[in-house]
Ligand binder design. Structure first.
Ligand SMILES: Cc1cc2nc3c(=O)[nH]c(=O)nc-3n(C[C@H](O)[C@H](O)[C@H](O)COP(=O)(O)OP(=O)(O)OC[C@H]3O[C@@H](n4cnc5c(N)ncnc54)[C@H](O)[C@@H]3O)c2cc1C
Length: 481
């Protein structure tokens, strides 16, 4: 017999977005919610550090979120969580079909509102040898990976092929690191670099393969080179402008014929929004689920948040998948406030991220100069060398800021508007300055408007030269009017 349940809000997906939506609904007085999760909840961002055993000596299992005892989550989340997949949804009847993971029992849930927080799945290029079999099960539940355009169960990945998204991925990689001698990491975004560092810390010989002309597309080439130099100093080989074309039992072949032998290959080649259920529900989809400023989809009573959702990049005006955990959480709050009858709009946002690589801390906000130009914008940049401390301080180290700005007004940007910010600091956190540039960029401020931003100095924290002034001077004092 089918079980039935009734709820005020059905939250589909137990990642950071879904969990935050649950907590925020609860705190807004909407305590009648049901959360569905099909994988163990985890602090995703810490997974590479679990594999590296540097910050988390006991491994990736320490990143599991114990929802029953989390001070951030309401205690009733446990009784209001179904571990399983929402396998179908009928928006006209406001009913979802959930398949419980262990018992395989079917539960029909009727809801007033539904929140799609289905996130994203690792994406792998559809190259020969990455899957054990091309035969797909009739129903795909649990952990998936997107190969080309097709979502497939992760259990179909060929031996020696790894991805990094869930705690099970972390545990697999951790076990691999224990036994393996070498690894190829394909992709050099933050996740690829963090995994490369983790595996190198575990004693593996690591090679990075990147399809683009330089590593880390969130940085321009000049800034990315600083990271590349550090990788090479740490014994990591880097291949750029190369694509993997096939994998066969420990040998990865690249498009120029190079054959790389390794104990395993980690694909850190990006993710795809998990839109499988959204498609069944008839939600509008472009790069991800399309929502309005209140996180409403085109289907009544269905909202969407997090990595599954496309937002408008406030700098370029284009639809993007920002793929940022803290943004997924903020959207969880926004959706909860809207459902609770407190209309709240998504603030203007862009892409941002901060990471660290062998002691080099780097961050990026908004557009790179390369991306701005490829979008047809007239843009230039200022690169400012900065010290991390007063130069006389023994622990003072080198760093660079890069500010990208438009040189011409058009319909969407002003002349001098700051389009992007990048930073690489040796041994120091770039966080506060990067966050400040999130505000500067999302508020469409120009280089001359940096005059409104004050700068604190203390020798043990930073040098006395005001870097905002440095940027304004380099922009040209005569451009102020
Ligand atoms: C290694 C790594 C490091 C990262 N580091 C950072 C960082 O430092 N800072 C940062 O801000 N972000 C970071 N991110 C990005 C961040 O993890 C994501 O932006 C965030 O997880 C998105 O949250 P979400 O809830 O939207 O989606 P997800 O975390 O993807 O969660 C969605 C969940 O929904 C489940 N689901 C899908 N369909 C169904 C269904 N039909 N039924 C039930 N469940 C379903 C999925 O299995 C998944 O568990 C990192 C990501 C990775 C992979």
């Amino acid at each position: 017999m089918k079980q039935t349940r009734k709820t005020g809000t059905l939250i589909i997906g137990g990642g950071p977005g879904g969990r935050t939506a649950y907590a925020a609904l609860h705190r807004s007085g909407k305590k009648d919610s049901l959360l569905t999760m099909n994988v163990e909840p985890v602090a995703v961002c810490s997974l590479p550090y679990g594999v590296g055993r540097r910050l988390i000596p006991t491994g990736p299992e320490d990143t599991i979120v114990d929802i029953a005892n989390s001070p951030r989550l309401p205690a009733d989340i446990v009784q209001n969580t179904i571990v399983g997949d929402v396998v179908d949804i009928d928006p006209s009847a406001k009913m979802a079909t959930v398949k419980a993971a262990e018992s395989k029992e079917i539960i029909e849930v009727t809801y007033e509102n539904a929140i799609f927080a289905t996130g994203a799945a690792p994406w792998i290029p559809p190259i020969e040898g990455v899957l054990k079999s091309s035969e797909m099960p009739e129903e795909i539940t649990g952990e998936v990976v997107c190969v080309g355009k097709q979502f497939v169960p992760k259990s179909l990945l060929a031996d020696g092929i790894y991805v990094m998204r869930t705690v099970n991925d972390g545990k697999r990689l951790d076990k691999f690191a224990e036994e393996a001698k070498s690894a190829v990491v394909i992709g050099s975004g933050a996740v690829g670099l963090e995994v490369a560092e983790a595996l190198s810390d575990r004693g593996l010989k690591v090679t990075i393969v990147e399809a683009l002309p330089h590593i880390t597309s969130a940085l321009d080439e000049d800034m990315a080179k600083i990271l590349e130099t550090r990788l090479k100093e740490k014994g990591i080989d880097v291949f750029v402008n190369k694509q993997a074309v096939s994998y066969d039992n420990g040998t990865l072949t690249l498009n120029d014929g190079t054959k790389l032998k390794a104990s395993g290959v980690v694909f850190a080649t990006g993710v795809r929004a998990d839109i499988r259920l959204a498609t069944k529900a008839g939600l509008k989809i472009e790069k991800g689920i399309v929502v309005d400023k209140n996180m409403r989809t085109n289907v009544p009573n269905i909202y969407a948040i997090g990595d599954a959702v496309q937002i408008e990049d406030t700098v370029s005006g284009k639809g993007i998948l920002p793929l940022i955990g803290t943004l997924a959480m903020r959207q969880g709050l926004i959706v909860a406030l809207n459902i609770a009858g407190k209309p709240t709009e998504h603030p203007p946002a862009t892409s941002w991220g901060v990471s660290a690589l062998f002691g080099l801390h780097w961050g990026s906000v908004g557009l790179t100069e390369e991306l701005a130009k490829s979008l047809g914008m007239k843009a230039e940049s200022i690169v400012l060398p900065v010290r991390t401390r007063e130069p006389v301080m023994p622990d003072s180290k080198q760093g660079h800021w890069k500010v990208i700005f438009s040189t011409e007004s058009n319909d969407s940007v002003k002349k001098g508007q700051i389009l992007g910010f990048q930073i690489v600091l040796d041994g120091d956190s770039p966080l506060s300055i990067t966050e400040r540039f999130i505000d500067i960029i999302t508020r469409h401020e120009t280089v001359p408007e940096l005059i409104n931003h004050f700068y604190i100095h203390s020798p043990s924290h930073n040098p006395p030269d005001d870097p905002y002034m440095g940027i304004m001077f380099r922009y040209g004092i005569n451009n102020f009017n």
